[in-house]
Design a binder for this molecule. Structure first.
Ligand code: NAP
Length: 484
């Protein structure tokens, strides 16, 4: 198999927040990987912008150290790193003030694709957009990239969108949810819409229910204060889990084009029934085990009521899915780091073979992490004499094995940044999509805030609280085990 690298036009990428954590850990290493495979054209400029007054050389040194820390093969890539560092510039810009904007303008070329990546606090988005406008740096073709969180409720997301749309058209705004850059998430669309096998089965006639799990083994280390103001519902469900739900549940778009795909995702969100309190297991902060610290050790507020786990049963109210619930769960400090979408099929209408004890039925498991791949659980005859016995086996495909080195995980950020340069918005969230997601999530959070109940604890390393198990048990179903 030949790896294809689609070339892009020369570009000027301005990275606001270039000295920050996300830029150093993800964005710059992602750009470096694309540089190594030859996708970054000669003459491309990566212009770091931050408030700190520093020299070009000191910035280059900072980025060199970041690459050495965060690029696994950096030790053997000295020549590539040196060449990559040549693309860098640094400008000291105060996002909210006057300093530096004229300087920035001098680094930008009229003929190059122009992208502004805002890897800074959302509180600065509006100021940066209006400064770009005031200093005539935002051309009609330029792009602006923003990081989540896109607000903390409907009203703030609308205000954020209004700030951005005051300067940029929706077609220029790229809202990053890095889950959409994951190989398997895109593969979900290919699996569904490039194979005739699944579509006839992809509905409530054949699918009993769907489980979407995003389990993290880490806690809120280092992000305690931020997390405590946010919580799992805002930090994970409103964006990542809802995106996975949308891609699983959406109708086939007419074309693989940004608005055709995003129209279908919005329709899913709009079809979601409100969640009644009995269908949601809230928060449940993890309690400290003997050798593990608990959430409140990091949260800053010992009385914190913020959730670190959510499980919920969601009904998509449309013809395709009526009667097939989607169960979502996500939490921190769980048994393992696992993300997957499990499509659980109904049993055959009439079983002629002996029942297997504990039979779980056909399932299609789409694994996002740790090892991306697809598993199809099937029933076969158990080998050997002694009558007809059946067993369940997994037809298992890890992308890394099936596709060899070309499956080597490309970080989600790499793909998404190159999509920005190419001007492809398919894997980015549209403003109305973000607002629709908040409109659905807001009443749930408001209810929690109003009733003020403390979340029940769960153990570090568990699969979440008992109530989450009960959510499925009472429907005669059970969660897939969180795989270690
Ligand atoms: P960070 O480490 O605090 O970095 C913030 C950056 O913003 C620094 O480079 C800082 O530069 C710059 N900055 C702050 N005020 C500025 C101003 N007035 N003018 C110009 N630059 C200014 O934050 P981060 O963790 O990288 O996060 C950046 C954004 O990504 C946030 O919106 C965050 O929510 C989002 N995000 C982060 C992660 C992650 O893993 N870190 C994941 C998802 C989303 P100076 O130090 O020079 O002021």
């Amino acid at each position: 198999m030949v790896s294809r690298v689609i070339p892009v036009d020369p570009f000027d990428l301005v990275l606001f927040g270039a000295t920050g954590d996300l830029a150093r850990r993800k964005i710059i290493p992602g750009l470096f990987h694309r540089f190594v495979v030859g996708q970054i054209p000669p003459g491309a400029r990566i212009i770091g912008a931050a408030r700190t007054e520093t020299t070009h050389d000191a910035f280059v040194q900072l980025i060199r150290e970041s690459l050495e820390e965060f690029v696994p093969k950096a030790a053997s890539q000295g020549a590539e790193i040196a060449a990559f560092l040549e693309t860098l510039r640094y400008v000291c810009v105060d996002a909210a003030g006057e300093a530096g904007w004229r300087d920035l303008g001098q680094h930008l070329r009229p003929e190059a694709v122009r992208a502004f990546y805002l890897s800074v606090s959302p509180a600065l988005f509006g100021a940066i957009a209006s400064n770009l406008d005031a200093h005539q740096l935002a051309t009609p073709e330029s792009r602006i990239v923003v990081e989540k969180p896109f607000g903390r409720d409907l009203a703030s997301s609308q205000a954020l969108n209004a700030d951005l749309r005051g300067v940029f058209d929706e077609g220029q705004i790229y809202r990053i949810d890095h889950y959409l850059g994951k190989e398997t998430v895109q593969n979900l669309m290919v699996l569904r819409f490039a194979n005739s096998l699944w579509e006839p089965l992809w509905n409530s006639t054949h699918i009993d229910h769907v489980q979407i799990t995003v389990a993290e083994s880490l806690g809120v280390e280092g992000r305690g204060e931020y997390y405590d103001r946010s919580g799992t519902m805002r930090d994970m469900v409103q964006n990542h889990l809802m995106q996975l739900l949308c891609l699983t549940a959406m109708e086939p778009p007419s074309r693989f084009r940004p608005d055709a795909v995003r129209d279908e995702k919005v329709k899913v969100i709009e079809a979601l029934d409100p969640v009644v309190p009995t269908n949601i297991v809230r928060g449940h902060q993890y309690r400290a085990g003997s050798d593990a610290e608990g959430y409140r050790d990091h949260a800053g507020d010992p009385q914190s009521l913020t959730e670190s786990f959510v499980a919920m049963k969601v009904n998509v109210g449309n013809w395709r899915w009526a009667g097939t619930p989607f169960y979502l769960r996500t939490g921190k400090k769980l048994r393992a780091r696992t993300s997957e979408i499990a499509i659980m099929f109904r049993d055959p209408p009439h079983m002629i073979f002996p029942r297997i004890e504990g039979r779980r039925g056909n399932a299609l498991i789409i694994r996002l992490q740790p090892d991306e791949g697809i598993t199809l659980r099937t029933t076969i005859k158990e080998p050997g004499p002694g009558g007809m016995r059946v067993a369940e086996v997994a037809l298992d495909m890890a992308f890394a094995e099936a596709l060899g080195p070309h499956a080597e995980a490309q970080d989600a950020y790499e793909r998404l940044i190159m999509d920005v340069i190419r001007g492809d918005q398919t894997l980015f969230m549209r403003g109305d999509e973000v607002e629709a997601a908040w409109a659905w999530v807001d009443p749930i959070i408001r209810r929690w805030e109003e009733d003020g109940q403390a979340p029940a604890p769960y153990d570090v390393g568990s699969s979440g609280p008992e109530d989450a198990l009960m959510l499925l048990h009472r429907d005669g179903r059970r969660w897939r085990e969180i795989q270690v």
